[in-house]
Design a binder for this molecule. Sequence first.
Ligand code: AR6
Length: 169
Amino acid sequence: MTTITLVQGDITGQSADAIVNAANSSLLGGGGVDGAIHRRGGPEILAECRGLRASQYGKGLPTGRAVATTAGRLDARWVIHTVGPVHSAGEDRSALLASCYRESLRVADELGARTVAFPAVSTGVYGWPMDDGARIAVETVRGARTAVEEVRFVLFDDRAYAAFAARLA
Ligand code: AR6
């Protein structure tokens, strides 16, 4: 049984086995959570991302997939980088967003992570509406077959926290 917990705050301050990054396919960093993780986690994370690009993801990590690196100076063993879809009004990309959560948990299982902290993937720069992003996140984690014991959603602001709390209720 996986327990879902909610926390409001900055994901880079969390203590967990794995912290999920809302990355982009370049794996070379960016703004939002991605920028914050690389800033606080230090250069070791980017160095490993560069290595992954060179060895496996020359064309980039595909949307909906996930890959792990060291967590550098973060209070975690791993960062799991996943690439959310950019929201589109004309195309339903929700299966790709669900895939981010499922694939991140699959990677967490491979690593043996028991506690995993997630941000609300795609709901920032990538424009996903928060309520729908929360629905997909909660439904997918609830439906996942995983040995992860705690999934902690770390929500940056009141609005995100309220959206996730409403879905969990
Ligand atoms: N802790 C927790 N949540 C955060 C934090 C933080 N430190 N910072 C922002 N959020 P975003 P995306 C929230 O934009 O939409 C990057 O440039 C934020 O309020 O980080 O998947 C990447 O390199 C929002 O609710 O990720 C990609 O290019 C959620 O985290 C692109 O952005 C996700 O916002 C990915 O966009």
